[in-house]
Design a protein around this ligand. Structure first.
Ligand SMILES: Nc1nc2c(ncn2[C@@H]2O[C@H](COP(=O)(O)OP(=O)(O)OP(=O)(O)O)[C@@H](O)[C@H]2O)c(=O)[nH]1
Ligand SMILES: [Mg+2]
Length: 278
């Protein structure tokens, strides 16, 4: 998805013109669920701020209408999910990352440490397979799998309707915390709220320091960035200070937590953040 902007009021506009883009689209936004006072970007900012021929689509109005309908439906069901979460007294964290950043390993280590004292549910989002859901079985959490490829058109993210489809398979009223492991993707999941209270992302230091600048929509949308794979630092020429500076440029308010899901270092800090979500 690109070449369109979504506004706070739900309206959308496209860039179906072909002049150079020199104007700034970096408006301030707030989450629709009010969970954080920081910015939520327009969709497509990563494509919209550079010069280029944007005349490829002759169907601008129809595209806008379809996108408004998609986001409108998502927001409606996200609100319904949120109401169910509130009624059940469960706090919900939407966990996102690029593929392979370490979400599932971090969740396994989280369950090892927390599941004795916190009642945890997991919604495991993957395009295909139950591989990650299987990896999280047997650690004391209720796990519900959503395959976005089966019946959902192979989507690159979990949206509110998909999360809603998993709720009947979870003992919501008996949970304290529900963690949604989103599909591994640095772009699409940021655009779809699922009714969560907080947004978190796992970022692996193998991904390079510049990713907050290249994928600002995701990095701006989160409350916390878990910096993972710190055990690999001696083997990389990764500059942690430069990464932090890049992150601050796009999201000065994000909390950061340094971990290695492999060695367990820092995982207690992440567990502390999770249990403090109110
Ligand atoms: N060295 C090292 N490897 C890690 C760490 N965390 C995860 N990995 C490895 O990175 C690979 C991907 O980890 P996953 O937990 O599957 O990552 P994911 O984000 O769940 O991946 P997707 O669900 O496919 O997006 C696996 O081989 C993990 O063992 C870490 O802290 N250090
Ligand atoms: Mg995973």
């Amino acid at each position: 998805m690109g070449r369109f902007h979504r506004h706070e009021d739900g309206t959308v506009h496209t860039h179906d013109h072909d002049h150079d883009h020199t104007h700034d689209h970096d408006h301030d936004h707030h989450h629709h669920d009010g969970s954080a006072g920081h910015r939520r970007d327009h969709a497509g900012d990563h494509l919209g701020d550079h010069p280029g021929d944007h005349s490829g689509y002759a169907t601008g109005t129809q595209r806008v209408q379809v996108l408004e309908a998609i986001f409108g439906e998502n927001d409606r069901l996200a609100a319904a999910n949120r109401a169910d979460f509130e009624a059940a007294g469960v706090r919900v964290v939407n966990l996102m990352s690029a593929p392979g950043a370490g979400k599932t390993l971090l969740l396994r280590e989280t369950l090892r440490r927390l599941s004795q004292r916190v009642r945890i549910g997991i919604i495991e989002g993957d395009i295909e397979t139950s591989l990650d859901a299987d990896r999280l079985a047997g650690f004391g959490a209720a796990v519900a799998l959503v395959n976005t490829g089966q019946g959902f058109g192979g989507e690159c993210h979990l949206d509110a309707p998909m999360v809603r489809s998993a709720l009947p398979r979870l003992p919501l009223a008996d949970l304290d915390l529900l963690i949604v492991e989103n599909v591994g993707n640095l772009v699409c999941p940021a655009e779809f709220t699922v009714g969560e209270h907080r947004r978190a992302m796992v970022y692996a230091i193998t991904e390079g320091e510049e990713k907050p600048l290249k994928y600002p929509v995701m990095f701006r949308s989160v409350d916390v960035v878990v910096i993972n794979k710190l055990d690999l630092l001696p083997h990389l020429d990764f500059d942690l200070d430069l990464f932090r500076a890049n992150l601050r440029k796009v999201n000065p308010l994000a909390t950061t937590i340094e971990v290695s899901a492999r060695t367990g270092a820092g995982v207690e800090d992440w567990c502390g953040w999770l249990t403090a979500v109110r």
